[in-house]
Design a protein around this ligand. Structure first.
Ligand code: CP
Ligand code: NVA
Length: 315
């Protein structure tokens, strides 16, 4: 069973189909392109808040001809202690796919292990692969010639990641950059450097630990094609917010820091953003900020991913 729990769950050889399909689906929006989820129901179990992920999946499932079933974790027995394994076995009898946003990454690997339907990671504390595929697509849309090779346009590009380099978005870029042939330089306080879990993941997959980490944000953005940041206090870390602001303020993407990247560099942020904390409003508003294209493209990329996974889901 093919799942999408981490960036590398699809081989590099599978990416052209997914990226080209996302482009086709985007161009065909509003017309009936195809209905690969016709007759299917895909359940969405969310333990954390969401605007983009929830809405893009619900709309995307409908646009592919299927029905979404949104389940807040606390509304189902999972929230009262029914095991993950039993939840996976039961839901597999009813629905054709599972989209899950939760804290522990091991929860989704367990769901995938015990169910018989594809599972998509809609964000864990460890990784946010739907966002990374979308972000790569968003950059490629800008860089590839019309109708040209999207993935080729990413090769050799440098992304600079600023702020909390120890959590889901940073981890996902470390893994995703491998798949897309990109270089990644991360910068933040040393207490927030990439941690043991992502290093272990690279090792387990036989991938080199060749990302750069520096406490100097200007060193990280030098020669960067993308400057990327995320909130300093992620969901579940709200209590640490004030301490994190104090620690990470030197890593805010100011107009000056953005200007130190390549002159045509893109600014990216998965959103939601906290203007005045991790990024200045003028950077969010810069013509080279593609934050709302990233948000829109969640829909097109996730439709492409579901269409590919659905080939087995109906079986
Ligand atoms: N970027 C992202 O995943 O946003 P939401 O938390 O709103 O889904
Ligand atoms: N790092 C953020 C990403 C939100 C899309 C969080 O986990 O809250």
């Amino acid at each position: 069973m093919q799942h999408f729990l981490k960036e590398t769950d699809f081989a590099a050889s599978a990416l052209p189909e997914i990226f080209n399909l996302a482009r086709t689906l985007k161009q065909g929006r509003g017309r009936s392109v195809s209905s690969p989820l016709a007759g299917q129901t895909w359940a969405m179990i969310f333990s954390k808040s969401s605007t983009r992920t929830r809405v893009s999946f619900e709309v995307g499932i409908r646009e592919l001809g299927g029905s979404p079933l949104f389940l807040n974790k606390n509304d189902i027995q999972l929230g009262r202690g029914e095991t993950i394994a039993d939840t996976a076995r039961v839901l597999s009898r009813f629905v054709h796919g599972l989209i899950v946003r939760t804290y522990d990454h091991s929860d989704i690997t367990e769901l995938a292990a015990h169910g018989t339907i594809p599972v998509i990671n809609a964000l864990t504390d460890f990784l946010h692969p739907c966002q990374i595929y979308t972000d790569a697509f968003t950059a490629a849309e800008r860089w590839a010639p019309p109708g040209g090779d999207l993935l080729a346009s990413l090769k050799g590009r440098k992304i600079a990641y600023l702020g909390d380099c120890s959590f889901n978005m940073a981890n996902s870029w470390i893994l995703g950059a491998k798949l897309f042939g990109m270089e990644v330089a991360l910068s933040g306080p040393k207490e927030f450097a990439p941690g043991a879990e992502i290093r272990a993941q690279l090792k387990a997959e036989g991938l080199a630990e060749d990302f750069q980490f520096t406490t100097d944000p200007y060193e990280a953005v030098k020669g960067a094609d993308i400057v990327y940041t995320d909130v300093w206090a992620s969901m579940g870390q709200e209590d640490e917010s004030q301490a994190r602001i104090a620690q990470m303020s030197p890593y805010a993407v100011t107009a000056g820091l953005f200007a130190a990247a390549k002159p045509d560099a893109l600014f990216m942020h998965c959103l939601p953003a906290h203007a005045g904390e991790e990024v200045e409003q003028v950077v969010l508003d810069n013509p080279r900020s593609v934050i709302f294209d990233e948000a829109e493209n969640r829909l097109h990329m996730q439709k492409a991913i579901m269409a590919v996974l659905a080939r087995q889901a109906g079986a």
